[in-house]
Design a protein around this ligand. Sequence first.
Ligand code: MN
Length: 379
Amino acid sequence: MKNIAVLGSTGSIGQNTLDIVSEFSDRLKVIGLSAYNNIGLLRSQIKDYSPEYVAIREDKISALRKDINGRIKVCDTNSGLKNMIASKDIDLVVVAISGSSALESVLEAIRQRKTVALANKEALVMAGSIIMKEAKKYNTQIIPIDSEQSAIFQCLQDRNKKELKKIYLTASGGPLVDAPVSRLKNISVKEVLKHPRWKMGKKVTVDSATLINKGLELIEAMWLFDVKPEQIEILIHREAIVHSMVEFIDGSIIAQLGVTDMRLPIQYALTYPARWKGVLKSLDFKSLNLAFDKPDFDKFPCLGLAYKAARLRGTAPCVLNAANEIAVGAFLEEKIGYLDIYRIINSVLSRHKVLRNPGLNEIISVDKWARAQAQKLIN
Ligand code: MN
């Protein structure tokens, strides 16, 4: 039996993770759940999975305690969550919290030597060098859940790094891939949130509309697989069937393909290194027509910013991520337009003096600085 904690259990990755737990209830057990504030859904998850621990935002704790089994420990999402992660009963922690607040949980799980199934991008983008260093130090495995990183992870297996030539990171193109440039200026939040391929949370859907999502994945891949940004080529692949590819120095390319369903990479992260018989359909190759294109860097300038931040390394990716989170939040609240997202990130990044080898405290203060700068521009 594999005992797991799901952080961010009420989000879309969290819910998919729990679906997989239901499918394999004889092999997977939920020990801990954490949510931000969706108390209704958390309650029903508690009923379905009877965890030992649940974490929720401080102001919701008493409301949650009221009508659940008194033996379940209810804790806050700060120190309480840390204690939950440290619980001896937990083998694997699924980090499906979105945004930078996941960083502390990721580091705690690593230090407690729990296998980390990582869906969150922001933590690696902010502090990739620290996370990878800690994972090495504590000999903790990080298994990516993001479909592209999972694909690369599966293609690479344990090959010698020296044999890897490049990575092809595929992108569905997001909801605006066919929108004419002239439409972007006044495009509404509602239109942006209509993603043709993947059903995801709001923040990541906006990120895929600006393609900064792919930029964050570029930075993520750079850390996870120890490659230079120049070794990563982004390909627009609308069908989202090839989830990414790796090319070795002899010219051989290995790709990972599968139906467009997040349950595939989530299940792999939960069962790794084994594979368990799932319920997903096989691909029907006869109905497939796969195409690959280069991305339009003029139409999606956030992608260029991500390459720039990746090359600068140090605190630059942290600034990119922080400014983006604030800008996307403001866009979702209709305080700024779609094109302002790029303008804000660009302006904050260009004002930042990059620290080459930041420690965690420096990263946290740079993150705050970038958020404040972005907020100032929005106001
Ligand atoms: Mn992805």
